[in-house]
Design a binder for this molecule. Structure first.
Ligand SMILES: C[S@@+](CC[C@H](N)C(=O)[O-])C[C@H]1O[C@@H](n2cnc3c(N)ncnc32)[C@H](O)[C@@H]1O
Length: 214
């Protein structure tokens, strides 16, 4: 499917907001070093659309935490496409957190930005209360799950956008993920029929127990 058509399908009547966000990424985002200049031509396919299709796995009204949001990926595309979600962006670096605050204000989104590291488990990010924790390009799967699973409620889920390495990372880190409360691990494909390359997601369900990883 053509990019424009896929974007219309994914964002519906909120497409103008998504277009505004893509423009912010390719201008201010590049100027401030959050987005590489080579990403400008592929900002929709590789970034905005690659992230938004994960909405397929998120239930209506979910409390969503995006760990290591950077320039807002995947949290901002999800918040644009799905105003029913309560989205919190977690990002430790001041420069990036400032960009996120400014961007959500420009877009008029009701999104919370929390400056900090996921494993610090502050009260601001309701530890153990998120329905869904999402994350892209932040850490190897085992380490990432150690940070993200404690933020999810029991029976809540972590959705890690992973690409081709997904199955290999699961094989390598399965036992360490079980120790931090990862119940079942499933690889899902999002955006099939919409994107040239579907987004590969590792889904982990949080079970009771599990040790926090620092
Ligand atoms: C490579 S960037 C990816 C940004 C964005 N998720 C994306 O896909 O474009 C990794 C981000 O994770 C953040 N990060 C690294 N360690 C973290 C931690 N322990 N908790 C939360 N964020 C973290 C970094 O500051 C950085 O913004």
């Amino acid at each position: 499917m053509q990019t424009e058509q896929a974007a219309t399908r994914a964002f519906g009547e909120r497409l103008p907001l998504a277009t505004q966000y893509a423009q912010i990424l390719t201008t201010v985002g590049v100027e401030r070093g959050l987005i590489g200049p080579r990403e400008v031509d592929r900002i929709w396919d590789r970034h905005v659309l690659n992230c938004v299709v994960v909405q397929e796995l998120i239930e209506i009204g979910a409390d969503v935490v995006d760990v290591g949001s950077g320039a807002g990926l995947p949290g901002i595309p999800l918040a644009i496409a799905r105003p029913d979600l309560r989205v919190t962006l977690v990002e430790p670096l001041l420069r990036r957190a400032t960009f996120l605050e400014e961007t959500i204000s420009l877009l008029g989104l009701d999104v919370t930005v929390h400056r900090g590291r996921a494993e610090e488990g502050t009260t601001h990010v309701a530890v153990g209360e998120a329905d869904v924790v999402v994350s892209r390009a932040v850490a190897p799967l085992g380490k990432l799950m150690g940070w993200c699973l404690p933020l999810a409620r029991v029976d809540g889920r972590v959705l890690a956008l992973k690409g081709r390495s997904a199955a290999e990372e699961i094989d390598r880190d399965r036992s360490s993920i079980a120790r931090v409360g990862g119940g079942s691990l499933v690889v899902r494909e999002c955006g099939v029929g919409l994107l040239t390359q579907a987004t590969t997601v590792v889904e982990a369900v949080r079970v009771a127990g599990g040790r926090r990883r620092r």
